[in-house]
Design a protein around this ligand. Structure first.
Ligand code: UCC
Ligand code: FAD
Length: 526
């Protein structure tokens, strides 16, 4: 079914035979079936029913991890609807709102006749990273308290969604709105209106075109013109970016799950193929160099899985009981880290995986190229690598460094746990992580002493360091279990043998100065 979704991508019919605007997105039957399966399997509902208490998110995401690589990218609408449910649930805790309550119950329903999906429309033509300055959509207040939205949404992934959360600037009586973040408010809208006078039945929305994309061809990603779309303000005026950030937390976790799941899928295929294909008189699985390549893919996949599911565990704990300060800090810090790093890993593992099939990996009828095409988007949407690296610095600055203290405290506590397990085979790996952690701390102290500029230029390497160190700790913990095998210890040894703290690497310290920025510019443009 997932494969069929790629082979039968959505088609937009803009006009009917009589010239009326239809703006109808036709998706294939398998795509529609995915919606039904998602509802019935509770792929979002489990996270909110909380039948497994603080493990409910783990339960939900374990299912999504299994579903994702075969879902024909249906994980994408699920991610956005989960993000919307997260935002609505937190708002409904303090305010009883019939419209939002109805939407929440639909998003979290296991009844496929009631179940809704949601879009997340943030990106406009002028930019998707700098949302505050790029958003030109405006909102006019109506006498009945609703708003009408006018604007152009440049990327909307679930054009077939039932509802959406979006950003717009509320105009005052003289037609002005504050610029930047302060002027942005969050709106809820339903995409269809029963009383709509237009042939399309849409709520003041025109679907101008579907994007012609490298991958994610299963998804109806469209450009929308909002022309009097009736919408409801969500939360306070001017708090749009902060409110939608809750949504981003959840969708970024979904992105990480997709990354981890996609790596596992290509790895399983590569492993299988290696037991069937012969070269130079032996099966590929008997060529040590080929198996080294697969072993490295395996280690990347494990690290991505462990860190992502640790973030999910934290989310579940916090949603049920609020969590302690360390857990809240770690969730805030590790969410962008997990998203940015696992996305890059997914692209590189998919590429390596295709190569492990030789020429067959390049052929469309194997279905393999789609894995690489789809992986490439993971580092672009939901915040690019650099934007997420900067988000890490935002989290640190906003908490006045507390999130970093929690990080180091947690790393040290967990490393001590590994040491206490008495497993001698892990000793040298533990020592490597301890040294890398110490180096990173020293690097941060030095950057702070030099002013904050250095840390901005180091942001990406710094984020990589956080990911590699925290994953190292998780892989080591796993390898220290009584049930662990020598393979788990070998995986830990491979992971810990890389440069665990690229930001702190001695020859790099001088690489983040203003002078280096100037030289980089020369290098790129001269
Ligand atoms: O791409 C998209 C959908 C793709 C399809 C879904 C796929 C899901 C995965 C599926 C797997 C198959 S939707 C578009 C995604 N767009 C982005 O991710 C935007 C990227 N840009 C950023 O992330 C920026 O950092 C912004 C827009 C979030 C913020 O930029 P600003 O303007 O510099 O923001 P400020 O002024 O720093 O922050 C405004 C407020 C602050 O709070 P207050 O007002 O209390 O001071 C920040 O602390 O927002 C708060 N804030 C956050 N809070 C900002 N970011 C966060 C955060 N991550 N967590 C908590
Ligand atoms: P830009 O913001 O112009 O960024 C260009 C480059 O500049 C990037 O490499 C970025 O990292 C870098 N950069 C920008 N600012 C900085 C900085 N301060 N420091 C360092 N580097 C920087 N959006 C939605 O809202 N809803 C959707 O449903 C949706 N679906 C999408 C589906 C697909 C298939 C794709 C490809 C995109 C989708 N998007 C969606 C849009 C996506 O979120 C944006 O493309 C993304 O956020 C980047 O924005 P941009 O394209 O404007 O790039």
């Amino acid at each position: 079914m997932g494969r069929n979704c790629e082979l039968n991508p959505p088609v937009l019919t803009r006009f009917n035979a009589w010239g009326d605007r239809m703006d109808q997105v036709n998706t294939c039957n398998d795509w529609k079936e995915m919606k039904k399966i998602s509802a019935e399997e509770g792929l979002v509902a489990h996270g909110y029913l909380r039948n497994s208490d603080k493990f409910s998110r783990l339960h939900q995401f374990a299912k999504i991890y299994l579903f994702a690589p075969s879902s024909g990218m249906y994980s994408c609408p699920l991610a956005m609807l989960d993000g919307a449910a997260f935002v609505l649930e937190s708002l409904l805790k303090d305010n009883n709102n019939e419209v939002l309550s109805n939407a929440f119950s639909r998003l979290t329903s296991k009844d496929c006749n009631k179940f809704w999906t949601s879009g997340q429309w943030m990106t406009e033509k002028a930019g998707g990273s700098d949302v505050a300055n790029a958003t030109e959509t405006v909102a006019h207040k109506q006498k009945n308290g609703t708003y009408k939205l006018y604007g152009y949404k440049w990327f909307t992934s679930a054009t077939d969604a039932d509802m959406a959360l979006t950003l717009a600037r509320v105009l005052d009586e003289s037609g002005n709105a504050p610029p930047g973040t302060k002027g942005l408010s969050l709106f809820y809208l339903e995409t269809r209106k029963n009383e709509s006078k237009t042939a399309s039945g849409l709520n003041g929305i025109q679907i101008l075109r579907l994007k012609d994309k490298l991958g994610t061809r299963q998804l109806p990603t469209g450009e929308l013109l909002l022309d009097g779309t009736v919408a409801h303000l969500v939360g306070e005026h001017g708090k749009g970016v902060r409110l939608i950030s809750g949504m981003l937390t959840v969708t970024r976790i979904h992105n990480s799950v997709w990354s981890a799941a996609s790596m596992k899928r290509i790895l399983l295929l590569s492993k299988d193929y290696a037991t069937k294909r012969q070269a130079f008189g032996t099966l590929l699985c008997d060529h040590p160099l080929h198996i080294q390549t697969l072993a490295r893919m395996e280690v990347e996949s494990r690290a991505a899985f462990l860190l992502t599911f640790e973030v999910i565990r934290l989310l579940g704990v916090i949603e049920v009981g609020g969590g302690n300060e360390m857990e809240r800090n770690l969730l805030r810090l590790l969410t962008p880290i997990a998203k940015l790093y696992t996305a890059k890993q997914a692209i590189s593992v998919a590429s390596e995986g295709l190569e492990s099939f030789g020429g067959a990996g390049y052929l469309e009828d194997t279905g393999l190229p789609g894995i690489l095409r789809d992986a490439q988007v993971l580092s672009i949407w939901e915040g690019t690598t650099n934007i997420l690296a900067l988000d890490t610095l935002r989290a640190i600055a906003k908490s006045k460094g507390q999130v970093l203290n929690s990080f180091f405290e947690s790393v040290n506590a967990r490393l001590s746990g590994v040491t206490d397990s008495g497993n001698k085979d892990l000793k040298s790996s533990v020592a490597k992580v301890s040294i890398a952690t110490g180096d990173l701390r020293a690097f941060i102290n030095q950057s702070s002493a030099n002013g904050h500029d250095g840390l901005f230029l180091a942001a990406r390497d710094f984020a990589y360091s956080l990911f590699r160190i925290y994953s190292a700790v998780l892989i080591l913990e796993h390898a220290a279990w009584a049930e662990a095998t020598p393979s788990d210890q070998h995986a830990a040894s491979i992971w810990c043998s890389q440069d665990l703290s690229p930001a702190a690497n001695n020859c790099r310290i001088s690489a983040y100065t203003k002078k280096t920025s100037v030289l980089n510019r020369e290098l790129v443009y001269n």
